[in-house]
Design a protein. Structure first.
Length: 151
């Protein structure tokens, strides 16, 4: 089954296991510059992050997009919460670069996706996501519940 079909099939349940195929080290000790990274156009999957991080992918038609700026401001203001939840923010603001993940995820315009450590898409929105909503979604996940108990 091709990636786009898997996305369509699993999006209703918020799961995209194996479709993104998800190395990040340091966990909650990640430095701020490690939390925010550009998404390389040639990157076709997130396998190196699987079981290590929860990627938040932020797509926009340009860095001046108001929703992109709003989302990034909120995320940067919550970097401690991002690090505590092993979140890495990957951004793509250049649709003309024809990024492979952008195409595979059928992204048009502004889109935010939360990908779980298991590789499944847990949340997708065409509007900025409040960090409280992002964190509560993650904190309700069984894996995160275990992480909080083990800490």
């Amino acid at each position: 089954m091709e990636l786009r079909q898997r996305i369509t099939r699993f999006m209703g349940r918020g799961i995209l296991a194996a479709a993104l195929g998800l190395s990040l080290t340091g966990g909650a000790a990640m430095a701020a510059d490690e939390l925010f990274r550009p998404l390389a156009p040639e990157r076709a999957e997130l396998g190196d992050l699987q079981w290590q991080a929860r990627p938040v992918l932020v797509f926009a038609d340009g860095p001046e997009d108001q929703r992109f700026r709003q989302q990034m401001t909120a995320l940067r203001a919550s970097s401690d919460g991002l690090a505590a939840r092993d979140i890495v923010v990957l951004t793509d603001t250049d649709p003309s670069a024809k990024g492979r993940l952008r195409a595979a995820l059928a992204v048009e315009g502004f889109t935010v996706l939360l990908v779980g450590k298991d590789g499944g898409v847990k949340l997708r929105s065409d509007e900025p996501i409040a960090t409280d909503d992002l964190f509560s979604t993650i904190d309700a996940m069984p894996m995160r519940q275990r992480e909080m108990r083990d800490d």
